[in-house]
Every structure is written in structure tokens, then in C-alpha cells.
Design a protein around this ligand. Structure first.
Ligand code: SF4
Length: 433
């Protein structure tokens, strides 16, 4: 069996499963946020009753993160619905806005707070829940109806997906990041190339990546239609998980059998890749940066669950250090922990990352999804007019970051930072000695 099949088999009480099997599985963690939480709670109440209790209060995690710093009354009401439900159910894992516990983007908050463990099943009411596959677990997004059912029963029904294997060899050159790898993959297979399939990332090129870069790979599996992205846990994963999981729950590290039946395999030599962008209006509209170098842009955005982690900001700071941006540049840490680190971590003992960004002329927002999903018109960094933006986020469909006529180019933090300095799409190799 593949890694995904092994996890699903164990959670369904079977010795083995194969692609196409329909199975009931026990869920380890259910996450919801301010956009889908109210709908999920409504489904739960409607089907299990007003007095019903969630199946396991320790396994439900509620993370407001999307439309947070806004005056929009409906957005604020959504967070109030979460608060009322958490109080009603006495849920321990709630990261409320305006409190010390507030975290920011759910997919980064989950591992930071110890909710991701190898071998588990993590479901969330958000398509990028697949990010947690970086920890060797089965993680996928589900709709409010399924999530309401999981809340009441701890179970869900799944069809076992076939697995595609993507093998990366070699060590990433300093001008490339995991974002370039996943954009290259999506460019090769298309937005529907992995529809309802597991995308397993493997090879020495993956295991040299740090945990955050592995999260970037799995995060965008959904942009190829993948059911889940997944990477076998290694020592780096185990060390990270143990350092974060206060519950010290035991977990099982699985791996694909050497003769596992992969539906198809792609092999990449990462040393031969070049910086990649996805042009408007689709993540599979691939171009190499050197092919569209010089394309004028109006805005740069560095943030989100894809490109708002410490590794992303370190990379951007390497480029921006000592320079000034030519266009509006927005920096949004994914979580409050990352926001704090921006204030303390220094490059080569000099300025902090925050000082580098501010001195370069960038604006720094509060930890949240901010403009990644557009949001209300007062959202930090939102594209409120038909401008061109280069962004470290994961989706560039029309209207995704706000205005329907805005154009979004997806790229790595290195490419976004280099482009911010020129005001046009720029190859990061021009700023890296
Ligand atoms: S940062 Fe963007 S992609 Fe990630 S959870 Fe928020 S809105 Fe979704």
C-alpha cells in the first residue's frame, strides 16, 4: 500500500484498502474557522439537536483567521457564532481574536499548536487543509455538511484515492524554493491533473527541505485537484511534532511500501529548475520568470499559509535587505508567533526582519489570511482596483484577492521580493550573489 492507503486502512479498521474502496474512517482532528465554522455548527445543531455535544471536545480545533481585522458586521458576527459555540461546548482548542491565544492562519497555527501528528487523519473546512500532509498524515478539506457530521460522530465516509508520486532529486539552488517546485508540478499536470488523487512527494530533494517548505508543497496539492498532499515523516518531522505537541499523544509513522502501486510517477532534478510564476488567472498557467521578466506590476504581497512563514520571510528579507521597494508591498505574517519572530530574528546579526521590511518601504499587517481571499473592502492589502499583483499566495482565479479585473501572478517569496524592488517581474538571481 501507499502511505495514504496505510493511514486510511488503519483508520477504517481494515488490514488493507485499495483505490476506489469506500470506507468509514475515524477522524483524529476536525478544524474549522470563521468562514465555514458557522455553517458547520448550523449543520451540527440541525442534525444532532440543540443539546448535542461534539463527539470529542479534545479533537475539535476552532481557529478564526480569515476575515478578522475588519469593520464588516457579518464577518464579525461569524466570530461571535464561534465564541458562542465554544462556550456552549466548553471546547479547549479555540484561538480567539483579541486574546493571547489568537494565532492567525489555521494551516500554520495547527502545527505550531501541536495539532498535527504523523499517521493521523486531520479534516478541516478549508481546501488548504492538505497542508498538514507535510507531517505524514492524511489531511484534506471537507464541506460544512460533512464537517457537521464529523462533529457529531467523529467519523466520515471517504473513497480511497489513487496515489501519484512526485520524486525530487538534488538540493534546491539558493534561487529556488518549494513554491517553484509545486508551481512547476501544477504547470506540468494542470489544475485537474490530480483530481481526487493523493499526491505523495518523495526523494532526497524533499527530505532536504525544512518543515515549512514541505508544508508549501502539500499546501498547493489542492491546486492540482489533489485529495491530499503527503510526505513521509522523517526525523525532522518527528522532532518538530514532539517539540510542539503538549499532549504527547503517541503517533504512528507510516511509509509507502517499496512495491506500492502508484498510479503514475514524475521525477524532477531540482538543480535544473528555474524560478516559476503562475500567470493570471490560474495556478497552472505556468511561465518561467526569465520568459516574462520585465512585465510591469503594481503591487507585491508576501503572506498566507503558502508564503507567510518564517522561511518565506527570511528569503524575502535576503533580497530586500538594504534596498527600497518601487511598488506597494504588503507583508502579512501567517501567525502571531511568526509576527513576533519578525521582530527578533536578525539577518547576519544586523537588522531584524521587520526592520528590513519597514526600511525597504513595505507595510506589515497583522497575522491573518488578510488579502489572500480578498475579504471585505477594508482588508489589509486587498486588491480594490484592477491592478497587477505578484503574490506568494496559492490561487489567482479572477476576484480571488479582491477586484475581479485584478491580475495576480503567483511566485516564490524570492521572486516576489525581487519584483517589488524593480516594479516588474524580476528573476531573484539578479539579487542573489
Ligand atoms: S491564507 Fe489564503 S489560502 Fe490560506 S487559509 Fe487563508 S485564505 Fe485560505
Amino acid at each position: 500500500m501507499t502511505l495514504t492507503e496505510k493511514i486510511l486502512a488503519r483508520h477504517s479498521g481494515r488490514a488493507s484498502v485499495q483505490p476506489g474502496d469506500n470506507i468509514w474512517v475515524d477522524v483524529d482532528v476536525l478544524m474549522t474557522h470563521d468562514v465555514c465554522g458557522p455553517g458547520t455548527i448550523g449543520v451540527f445543531h440541525q442534525n444532532f439537536g440543540r443539546q448535542a455535544k461534539v463527539w470529542d471536545r479534545d479533537k475539535v480545533v476552532i481557529i478564526p483567521d480569515h476575515y478578522i481585522f475588519t469593520a464588516d458586521a457579518m464577518a464579525n458576527r461569524n466570530v461571535d457564532v464561534l465564541r458562542a459555540f465554544v462556550a456552549e461546548q466548553n471546547l479547549p482548542h479555540f484561538y480567539d481574536v483579541g486574546t493571547e491565544r489568537y494565532k492567525g492562519v489555521c494551516h500554520i497555527a495547527l502545527p505550531e499548536e501541536g495539532h498535527t501528528r504523523p499517521g493521523e487523519i486531520l479534516l478541516g473546512t478549508d481546501s488548504h487543509t492538505c497542508t498538514a500532509g507535510a507531517f505524514g498524515e492524511f489531511a484534506t478539506g471537507i464541506g460544512n455538511t460533512d464537517a457537521g457530521f464529523v462533529m457529531g460522530t467523529g467519523k466520515t465516509w471517504l473513497k480511497v484515492p489513487p496515489t501519484l508520486r512526485f520524486v525530487f532529486h538534488g538540493e534546491l539552488p539558493p534561487y529556488l524554493m518549494a513554491k517553484d517546485l509545486i508551481l512547476a508540478v501544477i504547470g506540468d499536470i494542470g489544475c485537474d491533473g490530480a483530481t481526487y488523487m493523493a499526491m505523495e512527494f518523495d526523494g532526497d530533494g524533499v527530505y532536504c527541505l525544512n518543515i515549512e517548505e514541505r508544508m508549501t508543497l502539500c499546501n498547493m496539492a489542492i491546486e492540482a485537484g489533489g485529495k491530499n498532499g503527503i510526505i513521509r515523516a522523517d526525523q525532522k518531522t518527528v522532532d518538530f511534532v514532539k517539540s510542539r505537541d503538549k499532549s504527547a499523544k503517541p503517533f504512528v509513522v507510516e511509509q509507502s511500501d517499496s512495491d506500492a502501486p502508484f498510479a503514475r510517477e514524475w521525477v524532477y532534478d531540482v538543480t535544473k529548475l528555474r524560478p516559476v510564476v503562475a500567470k493570471p488567472h490560474s495556478p497552472d498557467n505556468r511561465a518561467y520568470v526569465d520568459e516574462i521578466q520585465g512585465t510591469p506590476i503594481d503591487r507585491a504581497y508576501i503572506g498566507s499559509c503558502t508564503g507567510g512563514k518564517m522561511t518565506d520571510f527570511r528569503a524575502a528579507a535576503r533580497i530586500l535587505n538594504g534596498h527600497s521597494v518601487k511598488i506597494d508591498t504588503f507583508v502579512v505574517p501567517a501567525t502571531t508567533e511568526i509576527a513576533r519572530l519578525l521582530k527578533t530574528e536578525r539577518i547576519d546579526g544586523g537588522q531584524t526582519l521587520e526592520e528590513i521590511f519597514l526600511n525597504a518601504g513595505a507595510k506589515i499587517g497583522e497575522a491573518s489570511c488578510a488579502a489572500c481571499l480578498g475579504g471585505p473592502s477594508d482588508t489589509f492589502g486587498r486588491l480594490n482596483s484592477a491592478i497587477k499583483c505578484i503574490s506568494t499566495t496559492n490561487r489567482n482565479f479572477p476576484g480571488r484577492m479582491g477586484h475581479k479585473q485584478a491580475e495576480v501572478f503567483l511566485a516564490s517569496p524570492l521572486t516576489v521580493a525581487a519584483s517589488a524592488l524593480r516594479g516588474s517581474i524580476t528573476d531573484p538571481r539578479e539579487y542573489l550573489s
